[in-house]
Design a binder for this molecule. Structure first.
Ligand code: BDR
Ligand code: CA
Length: 309
């Protein structure tokens, strides 16, 4: 299995990323780090502790990282995820403690503790990952790749052209992109194919365990805010697709291309510029997702929830 560090901001879809990473046999989830994004850090860290314990994931250290973006102010996505970043279900008290180490130290120690190269899957703003690459450049050779849910080859979801994770901390995304380890971007152009239909909810509900029941409450809330805010009654379950790509690579199609991050646009800050037809004649620097095997993805989500508590 692939040693994986999951950096996240739970957040409804991040929860499914955690569960997929913990439940899939091809992934060895070594650490979870949290970042301010969908909610403030206190919430995203608390939520990570709740949803791991609830699913019976008790052996993965969880460390809080950056409270907010490197240079911008944090605007938590309350309009989608609720005031505590995990609206919907009543949260049971967490049974898992946070690790005392800050996120970037947990990432360093996780890398140092193994001879294998480690994959970082990031499903929030890239603030922690940027801080790690700046603080521990000597460890970068040990990162086999960074797989990030963020950006879009097309339109955005916070502004017409910017996706939330990129919009939140574009400077961090830009630092990570140029840092060395291969970067795979999974953007809205693909995640908007993973829609939470009534059939998906019925299938997860039928699993019948505690994790599935909690998951269904999350999905119903997520669909309701997506309907109100984005006009999408079937929400896209973005984040677990980044984990799916590591677990079963054939689930996601990618192309090698040029990716740049818009830092300065007056209307487009945080947009991703993806040069799919090589107009700029620049060196390709990223793998960008362009397709999803939707049925296989949902089967993965289902199968991994089934093995949890
Ligand atoms: C991304 O933003 C967050 O709201 C989700 O958790 C996902 O990571 C989608 O734009
Ligand atoms: Ca997220």
């Amino acid at each position: 299995p692939n040693p994986v560090i999951l950096d996240c901001d739970p957040g409804h879809d991040d929860v499914f990323a955690i569960w997929l990473a913990a439940g899939h046999p091809e992934i060895d989830l070594r650490a979870i780090t949290t970042v301010g994004g969908n909610g403030r850090l206190a919430h995203t860290t608390y939520n990570a502790r709740v949803v791991t314990g609830l699913a019976g994931i008790t052996d993965v250290p969880i460390s809080p990282g950056a409270g907010g973006p490197l240079v911008r102010a944090l605007s938590p996505a309350e309009w989608i995820h609720g005031a505590n970043a995990l609206g919907g279900p009543d949260l049971p008290p967490p049974t898992v403690e946070a690790d005392p180490r800050p996120a970037i130290e947990l990432i360093r120690d996780t890398v140092d503790a193994t001879d294998e190269d480690v994959t970082i899957v990031a499903t929030g703003p890239l603030t922690n990952v940027a801080m790690f690459v700046r603080t521990y450049p000597d460890r970068l050779a040990r990162i086999s790749r960074i797989v990030w849910m963020g950006g879009s080859t097309g339109r955005g979801n916070v502004t017409p052209y910017a996706e939330f994770n990129c919009w939140c901390d574009p400077e961090a995304a830009s630092i990570v992109l140029g840092s060395g380890p291969p970067l795979t971007m999974i953007g809205l152009n693909v995640t908007h194919q993973a829609l939470v239909t009534q059939d998906v909810i019925a299938r997860i509900s039928a699993i019948g365990n505690r994790t599935a029941a909690f998951g269904v409450e999350l999905l119903n809330f997520f669909n309701s805010t997506y309907e109100t805010d984005q006009g999408m009654p079937e929400a896209p379950l973005h984040d677990p697709i980044a984990v799916a790509l590591v677990a079963e690579p054939a689930t996601v199609t990618t192309v090698r291309t040029r990716l740049d991050i818009e830092l300065h646009g007056t209307e487009t800050a945080g947009a991703t510029s993806v040069d799919l037809i090589d107009q700029l004649k620049r060196e390709p620097n990223a793998d960008v997702a362009t397709g999803l095997d939707v049925e296989r993805f949902w089967r993965l989500v289902e199968d991994t929830i089934r093995v949890l508590a």
